[in-house]
Design a protein around this ligand. Structure first.
Ligand SMILES: Cc1cc2nc3c(=O)[nH]c(=O)nc-3n(C[C@H](O)[C@H](O)[C@H](O)COP(=O)(O)O)c2cc1C
Length: 266
């Protein structure tokens, strides 16, 4: 059977329109679910940084919600370091990435190795509470450029000194699996707890080196590099240097150390 050119063109156009409608309506209808899954994934990463969940452990949403009862989101003023809100639902729903993109809710920063261009006026941090309600850890969001992408993650610091790492996780990046993607490898992540981010003079001292570092007790400021992925590894060092420094959470950590009575101010 022979079809006319007009028939073929119209038929193809109709198929394209039908497929476009199908794909876009699925994207729109699944948007809320995607957002809620992403929010849950972020929460899981906060809990993983805090050591409540082991890297790669499968945890059901009810358990995540239960564990999140020990985590208190707070909003801070990034310039002054003051806590300006917490525990009222507002801090939990804060979208820091959106705030960072909006010039009315963020400010530009000088060129830096982490390639951070803007810092939000307000940032979302998390206090992790011990059984007795005291602050056990503080979890800070960190981000910076690797080789192909901006890595978004969390670092948990022990509230006792605000310098000992309790954990580091990344919840979003596009580094190459097996190379830069090894930032998600549980073995590499297990090298972080116990390392120290600030040196004795208070400056950021933590660094991912090329090659192996020593054990935590002997080599607290250095972490093993990622074989074949020095650029991503350097990106991790750069982002910690930025976010723990004065343009990032430095002012907050200084004020917070006094507030919670951490032994060593950052
Ligand atoms: C296809 C491809 C993907 C790569 N992905 C990464 C990556 O995600 N992160 C990274 O640091 N290096 C990646 N590299 C390697 C870098 O180009 C560079 O060689 C490496 O970071 C140097 O690390 P090394 O000194 O440990 O070999 C990739 C290379 C290729 C060819």
């Amino acid at each position: 059977m022979q079809f006319s050119v007009r028939y073929i063109v119209l038929f193809s156009a109709a198929i394209c329109v039908a497929c476009a409608i199908l794909v876009s309506s699925s994207a729109v209808s699944l948007y809320d679910m995607q957002q809620s899954n992403f929010a849950e994934f972020k929460q899981k990463n906060v809990l993983e940084a805090a050591g409540f969940i082991k890297p790669g452990e499968v945890v059901d949403p009810a358990k995540i919600e239960q564990m999140m009862s020990r985590v208190r989101p707070c909003l801070i003023d990034t310039k002054t370091g003051e806590i300006i809100g917490g525990d009222d639902g507002h801090a939990a729903a804060f979208d820091q990435q959106k705030a960072k993109r909006d010039p009315t809710t963020s400010f530009p920063v000088d060129k830096n190795a982490a390639r951070v261009k803007r810092v939000p006026n307000r940032a979302q941090i998390f206090e992790v509470l011990a059984e007795d309600g005291s602050v056990e850890m503080v979890v800070l969001p960190v981000e910076g450029y690797g080789l192909w992408s901006t890595l978004l993650g969390f670092i948990a610091l022990d509230a006792a000194d605000l310098t000992t790492v309790r954990g580091l996780t990344f919840y979003d990046h596009k580094e190459t699996p097996g190379l830069g993607g090894e930032v998600d490898n549980p073995r590499w992540k297990s090298l972080w707890p116990g390392r120290r981010v600030f040196g004795d003079d208070g400056s950021v001292a933590i660094e991912v080196i090329k090659g192996p570092a020593g054990p935590v007790a002997d080599d607290p400021y250095r972490v093993d590099g990622l074989a074949g992925a020095t650029i991503t590894a350097r990106g991790v060092s750069n982002m910690l240097l930025f976010w723990l420094g004065q343009e990032g959470f430095g002012p907050f950590l200084e004020k917070y150390a006094t507030r919670i009575g951490a032994k060593e101010a950052a």
